[in-house]
Design a protein around this ligand. Structure first.
Ligand code: HDD
Length: 760
């Protein structure tokens, strides 16, 4: 009997593992069928377009090799193959000795597939790991030709570009809207070689000498013991470093300002930070700082909004950039330059141009537009393009040279060096996204991942065997010649110039240039960040730094921390504010802004349709938010598609909110018709806690709010005064929209934001 039982069990197990026999019936469940897999086995016509995969089918039925040119070696053909082009009949099962047997070592397909997968990840960037990028074009106005011979800056020249935006501190998978500096790196594929402008959205840097870079980054990255917090500066090591190393004060203040939490990559300024040297056709030089000015205006999140987004949509900036480009709302920036005479002192109006912790106010040297950048295409493959792009401040073109800024000098080393680890060798310039559009004829040879098949026998100069080729270029042929700058006779020292010791005058200049609302944001940011610090001594030391910038700032933060207010050691520097540094007080285009329209079961659908159309006509994006998905007014001619439900919508996605109220009795309501879709029966927007949460947040975040019919009920329910600034409730829905759009031009309703009268 034991033998019998064992045999039965074995039979049963065999049945289970073999899928229950040819019918596919699951053992023990008569009549059952395995789920069907509906993958097409023959190509459909037309094949879905796959960029770079459209080469001819190189399969030769006779087994002879087919002539495939280099360009066609990218993926091609319809059939699944190994990396060597061998066609496969199956990729779902390992080769085994019977269905239950051991997997065989001879399974070359399994080995190749798993080997490749094991090595799919490459080291993330040591800084700026989290980023998003886009292709575009730069068109020059020709205004820079008086100061530089850079060919791509000549009138109407169009240059393809690839731009990568990033945060600095977080890992590759971290959230987009953390408080941090943003990278703004642009690769210009010019006819004279690649020019990289590797800048940030903040015009100054934490350190004056590159030798401090590992220190500032070690301090800002997560603590080495627990690896927390991720992508944050609100922790002890960061605030320990910046208070002991006060040249970081200016950059830190910018991070604590609205610049640390941009609304979108599209609404950030960009800065080359260092002073560069421009060289004209005659060899005359001018010092210059590069600026990117967004056409959409400079605009930031508010801190609570940024924190909510980190959870609700960690990809907020990445999605925003890609969506805008896909929708045809191509983001644009104007490139501008500030110019300074190239004097031996390399100062301008007393500001040291080689000190990257200093700006030159635009009021002293205006930013002169030299061209416009348009981002018009999303990357096809994130890894191949955004991840593998490699920027380098040493990628220069004739007409643009470096200066002796010691921060820039270290960068000139670092950006090449880091790619050896990150991209696995010295040939990263051959990766498609990094390839120059100018002809290459170098004498660099071999190395990991060598993609070129070099001809000739003499990769050295001088040579006679290759006929002396390649030849040098004179200046007329576009040869790059370093500017023969006089180097001062000096002793070799590890010292900084005396002017670098001024750490507080420019932070004060920045503080005084902000509006009261912006100052309140700075106070709140310091109070939050220092409030997260554990060590009391670090908080106190940072208050002593703030005392050197401004007594009110210091006092307010001290109050928030519950600590005594320190006295400044030095007298406050006397500085002239620069209003150009404030982000507020301007009117900007509203195209591409997102307006959420909350609709519930009782609304008047014709009005919703009219408002939606008016938003679209204004080049903005209306998103209809209803209790459930589907369509509203399904029975009529023009149903309204629901894009967000009360469950999926959150205020942070919208620049303004509209609330479609219920019409007075007797008017057409569509509620009953949509009861099936779940959109008609609830008391809806007036009481739903998710809508009330949205309204409360939009109000706190200074966003315009509009409503018609009985919308005021919902506002009152959440404690919003309908007479508050930026809250528009009227019967005429289109008039409401008009006012909301006018307010959107200023980005937010700052009158609503509580400021202390004594903020100055
Ligand atoms: Fe840097 C990346 C910007 C100082 C070393 N940096 C990197 C990126 C940006 C900047 C935008 C991302 C590029 C991309 O998208 O691939 N960095 C700056 C600015 C600085 C600056 C504006 C000061 C003015 N950086 C700086 C210093 C050093 C580095 C002083 C080292 C001495 N930076 C690097 C790096 C990175 C980098 C380690 C990481 C990944 C990479 O270069 O390719 O080499």
């Amino acid at each position: 009997p034991i033998r019998e039982t064992v045999d039965k069990v074995v039979d049963k197990v065999t049945d289970v593992v073999s899928g229950g026999g040819p019918s596919g019936e699951i053992p023990g469940r008569p009549g059952s069928r395995p789920p069907t897999v509906d993958e097409p086995t023959e190509p459909r016509e037309p094949l879905p377009p796959k960029p770079d995969q459209s080469g001819p089918d190189p399969f030769s039925p006779t087994g002879q090799s087919v002539d495939v040119s280099a360009a066609e070696r990218a993926q091609g053909g319809e059939r699944l193959t190994t990396a060597q082009g061998l066609r496969l009949v199956d990729t779902d099962h390992s080769l085994k000795a019977g269905p239950r047997g051991p997997v065989l070592l001879q399974d070359h397909h399994l080995r190749e597939k798993i080997m490749h997968f094991d090595h799919e990840r490459i080291p993330e960037r040591v800084v700026h790991a989290r980023g998003a990028a886009a292709h575009g074009v730069f068109r020059a106005y020709g205004t820079a030709t008086t100061v530089t011979r850079a060919a791509f800056l000549a009138k109407d020249v169009e240059t393809p570009v690839f731009v990568r935006f990033s945060t600095v501190l977080g890992s590759r998978g971290s959230a987009d809207t953390v408080r941090d500096t943003r990278g703004f790196a642009t690769k210009f594929y010019t006819g004279e070689g690649v020019f990289d402008l590797v800048g940030n959205n903040i015009p100054v840097f934490f350190i004056q000498d590159a030798i401090k870079f590992p220190d500032v980054i070690h301090a800002g990255k997560p603590h080495p013991d627990r690896e927390i917090p991720q992508a944050q500066s609100a922790h002890d090591t960061f605030w320990d470093f910046v208070s002991l190393h006060t040249e970081a004060t200016h950059h830190t203040l910018w991070n604590m300002s609205d610049r640390g939490i941009p609304r979108s990559f599209r609404t950030m300024e960009g800065f080359g930070v260092h002073t560069f040297r421009l060289v004209d056709a005659e060899g005359a030089t001018t010092l210059a700082k590069f600026h990117w000015k967004p056409k959409a205006g400079v605009h930031s999140l508010v801190w609570e909004e940024a924190q909510i987004i980190s959870g609700v949509d960690p990809d907020f900036h990445r999605r925003d950039l890609a969506d805008a480009i896909e929708a045809g709302a191509h983001p644009q920036w104007e490139l501008g330059i500030q110019l300074f005479p190239d004097t031996p002192e390399q100062t301008f109006e007393g500001i040291d141009l080689l000190d990257p912790t200093k700006i030159v106010p635009e009021e002293l040297s205006p930013v002169q537009p030299v061209g416009v950048l348009t981002l018009n295409a999303n990357p096809v493959n994130f890894f191949a393009e955004t991840e593998q792009v490699a920027f380098h401040v040493g990628h220069l073109v004739p007409g643009i040279d470096v200066t002796d800024d010691p921060l820039l000098a270290g960068r000139l080393f670092s950006y090449l060096d880091t790619q050896i680890t990150r991209l696995g060798g010295p040939n990263f310039g051959q990766i498609p996204i990094n390839r120059t559009h100018a002809p290459v004829n170098d004498m660099l040879r071999d190395g990991f991942h060598q993609d070129a098949v070099h001809s000739g026998v003499a990769p050295y100069k001088p040579n006679s065997l290759d006929g002396g080729c390649p030849f040098f270029a004179g200046q007329q042929e576009g040869g790059y010649r370093e500017t023969p700058v006089q180097v001062p006779a000096a002793r070799k020292v590890r010292e900084a110039p005396a002017s670098y010791a001024d750490h507080f005058s420019q932070p004060r200049l920045f503080w005084l240039s902000l509006t009261p609302v912006e100052r309140e944001h700075v106070i709140a940011a310091y109070t939050f960040e220092l409030g997260k610090v554990y060590e009391q001594a670090i908080k106190e030391r940072n208050l002593r730094v703030l005392a050197e910038i401004d007594p009110y700032l210091c006092e307010q933060v001290a109050q928030g921390l519950g600590l005594p207010v320190p006295k400044p050691v030095n007298s406050l520097p006397s500085v002239e504010p620069s209003p150009a540094l404030s982000q507020l007080g301007h009117t900007w285009p509203t195209t591409g802004r997102i307006i959420g329209v909350v609709v519930d079961g009782g609304g008047d659908l014709d009005t919703v349709r009219a408002v939606r159309q008016a938003v679209l006509d204004g080049g903005m994006v209306p998103l209809i938010i209803a209790p459930a998905g589907g369509v509203l007014g399904a029975d009529g001619d023009d149903p309204v598609t629901v894009q967000r439900t009360f469950a999926t919508a959150r205020s942070v996605e919208f620049d303004a909110l509209l609330l479609a109220g219920t019409p007075a009795p007797g008017k057409d309501a569509y509620g009953a018709r949509d009861a099936k879709a779940g959109n008609g029966t609830a008391a809806g927007a007036r009481t739903d806690p998710r809508v009330l949460l949205m309204l409360g947040e939009a109000f706190r975040h200074a966003k315009p709010i509009g409503g018609w019919a009985d919308a005021a009920q919902a506002l009152t329910a959440v404690g919003i005064d309908t007479d508050a600034p930026g809250v528009i409730v009227q019967d005429d829905a289109e008039a409401v929209l008009g006012e909301v759009v006018r307010l959107l031009g200023q980005h937010r309703v700052w009158e609503r934001f509580p400021t202390t009268a004594a903020v100055v």
